[in-house]
Design a binder for this molecule. Structure first.
Ligand code: TXA
Ligand code: MG
Length: 309
């Protein structure tokens, strides 16, 4: 509650769950078209009622997000799919039953009730049921919420309430502090359209795990065509500091001597926190040692490549 004393942004502590009073307060914020940052097991989300146009516009405005980049609709129960997804396919249901609640986002044909701002004008909608107990509590009380990651567009995603405050203090009314995000990297996004499983964004759930469950390879998005996941075409996850990927220890030590920030070790859980740390320390550059284990982590390498590009 320390921040709440001198910033207009209020911070609700979930320890580990929210009180009934806080849940009620949040539900009325969302019903009234307000926005609030909420914790999930992947990264924090900037949430708004999925059917409230004004609140959705506020999410885009606050983040500085391009209007053609659609949002993920977060649900608290399968009943929330009604009004979002147009008759879920067999593939959609199998994946949802296996991986929800959890860090898998499924893209499916949308219901006509889904606002264009949520779907970015596409014929589809992205949906996930997060497993963070506090996120579930909020969704079950407030109904489905659209939520992009709670960072300024292009900045590293927030894995702690303090990161959300860094980007949005004074710009949003409320942050729910549910502790550090477990995974620290965004959900895996899979299209289920036409009963074909296409990996649109590697993420917290490894490709191999999903392929093992389905008993088939995930397809790659078509090269050259319009990006199937519009967000993937934007520069992302980048701190102000230049991000250097280094394979040799010697080079790493030399860079460190020159004043470059060298985090002790990097995994999906602390990548974004360390990118933000480089900026907090006002470093010109951050050097990340890439080893064989990291090279085999598709989601981590995807984010690192985006942060360096
Ligand atoms: O873990 C996560 O997914 C976090 C937490 C808050 O749930 N959310 C998140 O949202 O990463 P955002 O907005 O930062 O990323 C959503 C991604 C973007 O790449 C977007 O283009 C894609 O999902 N997406 C959303 N709707 C889509 C759709 N209908 N078709 C294809 N891609 C879609
Ligand atoms: Mg994001």
């Amino acid at each position: 509650m320390l921040f709440a004393m001198y910033l207009p942004t209020k911070v609700f502590q979930a320890s580990p769950l929210l009180s009934d009073e806080d849940l009620e307060g949040l539900a009325s914020v969302f019903a009234g078209g307000g926005v609030a940052a909420i914790p999930t097991e992947t990264v924090y989300g900037l949430a708004a009622d999925v059917f409230h146009e004004g609140a959705l516009r506020e999410v885009f405005r606050v983040k500085g997000r391009p209007a053609d980049n659609p949002l993920i609709a977060h649900v608290g129960t399968l009943a929330h799919l009604e009004g979002l997804v147009e008759s879920p396919s067999g593939l959609f249901i199998r994946l949802a039953e296996r991986f929800w609640p959890g860090a898998l986002t499924l893209v499916a044909p949308r219901s006509c009730r889904v606002p264009d701002l949520v779907s970015g004008g596409l014929a589809t909608v992205a949906v996930r049921m997060p497993s963070h107990p506090c996120a579930l509590q909020i969704l079950q009380r407030s109904g489905p919420l659209a939520a992009p990651s709670a960072n300024l567009s292009g900045r590293p995603s927030p894995t702690a309430a303090a990161h959300v405050l860094d980007d949005f203090a004074g710009a949003i009314p409320l942050i729910v502090d549910g502790g550090a995000a477990n995974f620290g990297i965004e959900s895996t996004v899979i299209s289920t359209v036409g009963e074909r499983a296409v990996l649109l964004r590697p993420g917290a759930i490894a490709r191999e795990k999903i392929e093992a469950f389905l008993g088939m390879r995930l397809e790659d998005p078509k090269k050259g065509g319009a990006p199937l996941s519009p967000g993937m075409k934007y520069r992302h996850y980048a701190p102000k500091a230049k991000v250097l990927l280094v394979e040799s220890r010697q080079e790493l030590e030399a860079l460190q001597k020159e004043g470059v920030y060298v985090p002790p070790s990097i995994g999906t859980e602390n990548l974004y926190a360390e990118l933000r740390e480089a900026d907090r320390l006002q470093k010109q550059a951050i050097a990340i040692h890439v080893d064989a284990e990291m090279l085999s982590n598709e989601a981590l390498m995807n984010r690192l490549e985006k942060a360096t590009s």
